[in-house]
Design a binder for this molecule. Structure first.
Ligand code: SAH
Length: 347
């Protein structure tokens, strides 16, 4: 990384702690400056360099020249029961959404990783708008920081399950995870952070080599290749066989359990045969299945199965001795449920 940020200055939050230390060394400052600056950014939550009163004026001036301090702003919010949705305006005028969920175990935030998404999943509203650009790390971090400021409570869990495919924005995702998890940063335990991917295989291998114990969730949605390819075009590039090999490697490398997300779409992937094939595919893996009843209310044309059908599917998996849960549905009233987030202000 170069620190010649004069051309387009980089946001200070885009730097990991180590990178900030290296920056200070490169300008002949002591390493501990990084601790001081991180303290201002992540603990005291200042909004400008001028407020960093233990730095000299000349150092503040230098930081101001080398880095920007843009803050994405919340421009709208909606609330329904135990869910709140926030619309952010980014510095180039683009918009993204984030969702807060109040659980009995804490408060979790569903973070977006891109403006739009290129994965083109047939059931997902968020993917109707093609990817405009990746979010930078600071734009992901500020979803946490600004929402904590707004709700005046600490966010304890992060799920990278908002708009976008996080593994299609890998480097920024890794910086985000680093600064979320760092005790000098947002200090969110790695086991409280979950990244969900549609299954970009090379990135699963990279992910398993990261020095963080972050959870991995895979959007599966069918155990049949032809069906999965229709629902999720990414399956044509990375078919199930390759996804499974990568996941076995991930489990071996990290000793961690994988989550399979499985949307239930009536008449599409919710038959007895679908359930049995799913069991066959993942049997013996250190994994669990999270069934997501399809959130209707979008224009994607799918139907949520009836409750007894959902339970039938659940029972088949359970009987096979596979851990399975049904995701609690919330947020659909304010279009804050899975697959309903948008990257446009109004449509
Ligand atoms: N691109 C990543 C992150 C998005 S996560 C991924 O694919 O995993 C969002 C989760 O919600 C995914 O499992 C996605 O498949 C699911 N989802 C999308 N649209 C949905 C809908 N209408 N109802 C229920 N779940 C949906």
């Amino acid at each position: 990384m170069t620190y010649n940020c004069n051309v387009i200055s980089m946001n200070i939050y885009n730097l990991t702690f180590d990178e900030l230390e290296n920056y200070f060394l490169s300008i002949n400052e002591k390493k501990y400056r990084a601790s001081q600056v991180f303290e201002w950014l992540y603990k005291k939550r200042v909004t400008s360099f001028e407020e960093m009163t233990n730095l000299s004026n000349s150092l503040i001036e230098k930081l101001r020249k080398d880095f920007s301090f843009d803050i994405p702003i919340i421009v709208a919010k909606e609330h329904d029961k135990d869910v709140s949705k926030f619309l952010f305006k980014l510095s180039d005028g683009e918009h993204i959404e984030s969702v807060v969920m109040y659980h009995d175990y804490g408060i979790s935030l569903c973070v977006s990783s891109q403006v739009g998404c290129n994965m083109g999943c047939a059931f997902c509203e968020s993917g109707r708008r093609k990817k405009v650009r990746n979010l930078e790390a600071y734009e992901m971090l500020f979803q946490v920081i600004e929402i904590e400021k707004e709700i005046k409570k600490r966010i304890s869990h992060i799920v990278v399950m908002g708009i976008g495919e996080p593994f299609d924005n890998f480097d920024n995702l890794v910086t985000f995870i680093s600064n979320c998890n760092n005790p000098k940063g947002l200090e969110i335990g790695s086991r409280h952070i979950t990244v969900s991917t549609c299954g970009i295989v090379p990135k699963i291998y990279e992910f398993s080599k990261l020095p963080y114990q972050v959870n991995l969730a895979i959007s599966l949605h069918s155990a049949f290749d032809d069906k999965r390819s229709k629902l999720m075009p990414i399956n044509k590039a990375y078919p199930l066989k390759d996804v499974l090999i990568a996941l076995k490697d991930y489990i071996k490398e990290t000793n961690r359990r994988v989550t399979f997300e499985y949307i239930l779409l009536s008449g599409v992937n919710d038959s007895e045969e679908d359930a049995k094939e799913l069991c066959k595919l993942i049997k013996g893996l250190n994994a669990y299945v999270n069934l997501i009843p399809y959130n209707e209310g979008s224009s994607m044309g799918f139907i949520k199965p009836k409750n007894d059908e959902i339970m039938k599917f659940y029972d088949i998996i359970k009987k096979e001795g596979i851990n399975v849960t049904i995701r609690r549905e919330f947020g659909s009233k304010i279009s804050a449920a899975c697959g309903q987030l948008r990257s446009k202000k109004e449509e």
